[in-house]
Design a protein around this ligand. Structure first.
Ligand code: FEO
Ligand code: CA
Ligand code: CA
Ligand code: CA
Length: 647
């Protein structure tokens, strides 16, 4: 949704039988056999996992002397194009509306946005965000064939329908919901170009109405039960899927971010509803509640509690049911990044992207078992959730969110662990977690430093707002920063040391607080963050379209992706996106020779709304057709000489 609808930024759903129907029994049998072979090793790199600190500590490339960054910097710019360094090529691969796994004219994208809800259910959703490469089940060593799994954060209904939102009906709600969620696509490289494979037995759309199971302490809880689901264990859909994560057992973690903005609120929201941002009256932007009453919180107050979770998906089984893992806590979840302890337990780092919210980690009780998704089906249901507290002396600690410990008792309104996780924000308030400047993505470098982008917080230090503190040191933080910490001993440690990797900013800014300390190319509002196999830290920016080109952001041009060397702190601009977009999500083929990134909301206007009467007014990327409309898309980036991206 346009960012001013949400007060924070942007936000977004679907399911589909028809794609599943193309899976042939023969190929499914091969898949199962292939998977068994793939998951024989405990941490077989099914998912192309590169950020498992435990497995990468001591990685040979990390301490070596060779320069990590080998490309020539791209200047800041405002072109309606994806600009990459000399010697690189960028190819649009998977735009909104392209068939996710079905071929034929009846599934083709219609540039007048005339596709039906049922067609959208089989096509890529809108507003791509987190993405990851999963090794191909049949050819796991291949770097020219694999699965891409990606999020579709939200839908711009002004662009999604031929007449925008001038008229509104149940079919449009259904299409909007179908444009949300997650896509699993099979891709292959042929003659130097990447293509979506159709049909594919793995291709799948998960939408805002796909049945999703609930597990962990909130499953079946009174706060999770609704008129439509007396069990409290079966939710329709996942939505506003922002950043994502992968697990060493070969599953994808999709994160529900700004869910609250889909709900109509009562005239006087109660304390719980207010703490989660539910507003009186109609949501700004979305109108789902008019034709799907579960989004009317005046009628179904518990439905809001069924969103804001990390959802686990097995991309190798298109018939599998996604699972909301409530042990990981409820939040406006940005991402979920997995590390592994020396004794093979999973640690999931998570940021909550909202002003003055928190950074979390979950430590599993049990060790990861060989055998892939099925063998680890309950791993994320048992463990301990912690909130981060950053002390002024460069030290920090993790505070457990455990019912019965400290203030988390019935006397304080927490009846059990289910209530603690549904009310994660309230629990963290009581425990004294550090209120951060909008934690977005988290990733881990080859030396075990954990990095988190804090995208911006112009309210920091404002009237009746938390003041600047050691971890969030700038009042009116329009430029954002990247904090990092290293755990004592192992990823499950309760203490850590922290510092700032960089304070973003433009040295030419008038306001001292907006200059930062970037070594290299200036940038603002870091959001996406990804460490590649060589240890390069890739930073993607999301300056809001309404602020872009003005004030502190005046000279930074369109949103960009930069590469950083964690050893030296050097930051170099690698890519500039088209007009009105943000850059978000990054992954690569196992050989590192193709990088896949997502361009989200090209053509978003300065008012952060689209113009349904003139969809090409701000951008006509990527199609540049006379009858086109801007489309979020995955872009495949390669070196023309076939080398590793970034070298
Ligand atoms: Fe959806 Fe916080 O970015
Ligand atoms: Ca976004
Ligand atoms: Ca983001
Ligand atoms: Ca953002």
């Amino acid at each position: 949704m346009p960012k001013d609808f949400s007060t924070m930024e942007d936000s977004n759903r679907s399911s589909n039988r028809s794609i599943h129907d193309v899976s042939s029994p023969a190929r499914r049998t091969v898949l199962r056999g292939g998977l068994g072979a793939l998951t024989g090793g405990l941490l077989a790199p099914l998912a192309g996992v590169t950020a498992l600190g435990g497995s990468l500590a001591g990685c040979a490339t990390a301490g070596g002397g060779a320069p990590l960054l080998g490309f020539k910097s791209v200047p800041a710019g405002t072109a309606d194009a994806v600009v990459v360094p000399e010697g690189y090529v960028a190819q649009t691969l998977a735009a909104w509306g392209e068939p996710a796994g079905l071929s034929g004219e009846e599934h083709a994208f219609r540039f007048d946005a005339g596709n039906t809800a049922a067609q959208q259910e089989t096509q890529l959703g809108m507003h791509h965000d987190g993405i990851h490469w999963f090794r191909h089940p049949l050819t796991p060593d291949s770097s020219s064939a694999g699965l891409l799994v990606m999020n579709h954060e939200y839908a711009d209904d002004g662009l999604l329908h031929t007449d925008g939102m001038k008229t509104w009906n149940a079919q449009k709600v259904r299409k909007s919901q179908a444009a949300h969620g997650v896509s699993v696509i099979e891709v292959e490289q042929k003659n130097g170009r990447w293509e979506i494979v159709s049909p594919s037995p793995w291709a799948r759309r998960i939408t805002a109405y796909t049945p999703v199971a609930v597990s962990g302490p909130a499953a079946g809880h009174a706060l999770m039960r609704t008129a439509a689901d007396a069990s409290g264990r079966r939710v329709l859909g996942t939505l506003n899927n922002c950043a994502s994560g992968i697990t060493p057992w070969g599953t994808y973690l999709t994160c529900e971010e700004n869910f609250i903005f889909y709900f109509k609120g009562p005239d006087e929201p109660d304390a719980h509803q207010r703490r989660w941002g539910l507003r009186k009256g109609d949501p700004v932007g979305y109108r789902w509640h008019e034709h799907d009453e579960r989004f009317d919180a005046t009628k179904h107050p518990n439905e809001i509690n069924r969103f804001g979770w990390v959802v686990e998906i097995d991309p190798y089984d298109a018939s599998s049911t996604p699972v909301k893992r409530t042990a990981l806590g409820r939040a406006a979840h940005e991402g979920a990044t997995v590390a592994v302890t020396k004794d093979k337990r999973a640690v999931v780092y998570m940021g909550e992207d909202a002003r003055f919210e928190y950074i979390y980690k979950f430590v599993s009780r049990d060790a990861i078992r060989p055998g892939g998704a099925k063998a680890n089906a309950e791993l994320l249901d048992h463990g301990t959730l912690y909130v981060a507290r950053f002390e002024p002396d460069g030290k920090g600690r993790w505070i457990p969110l455990v019912h019965g410990q400290g203030p988390l008792t019935a006397a304080s309104g927490f009846g059990d662990q289910g209530e603690v996780v549904v009310k994660t924000r309230q629990a963290s308030d009581l425990l004294g977690g550090t209120k951060m400047d909008r934690p977005e993505w988290i990733d881990i470098d080859t030396q075990g430093w954990v990095y988190c982008t804090l995208t911006n917080n112009s309210n920091r230090g404002g009237a009746n707002m938390p003041a600047a503190d050691a971890a969030n040191p700038r009042a009116s933080n329009t430029m954002g920063h990247i904090i990092r910490w290293k755990e004592a001993d192992d990823f499950d440690g309760l203490a850590f040391e922290w510092n700032h990797f960089v304070l973003a900013g433009d040295p030419a800014n008038e306001r001292a607080e907006a200059r930062g300390n970037v070594k290299g190319d200036a940038f603002g509002c870091p959001d996406g963050l990804w460490t590649d196999a060589r240890g390069v830290l890739w930073i993607q920016t999301d300056m809001s379209t309404s602020a872009m080109g003005k004030g502190d952001l005046a000279r930074l041009g369109n949103n960009a992706m930069l590469a950083a060397d964690p050893r030296t702190g050097e930051v170099r601009r690698f890519l500039v996106g088209p007009v009105g977009c943000e850059i978000t999500g990054a992954t690569a083929s196992p050989d590192g020779r193709t990088m896949f990134i997502n361009i989200q909301h090209p053509g978003e206007s300065p008012s952060e709304r689209s113009d349904p009467d003139n969809p090409r007014r701000f951008s006509n990327w990527p199609d540049r057709r006379a009858d086109g409309r801007p489309r979020s898309a995955t872009v495949a980036i390669r070196k023309a000489d076939g080398g590793v991206v970034g070298t």
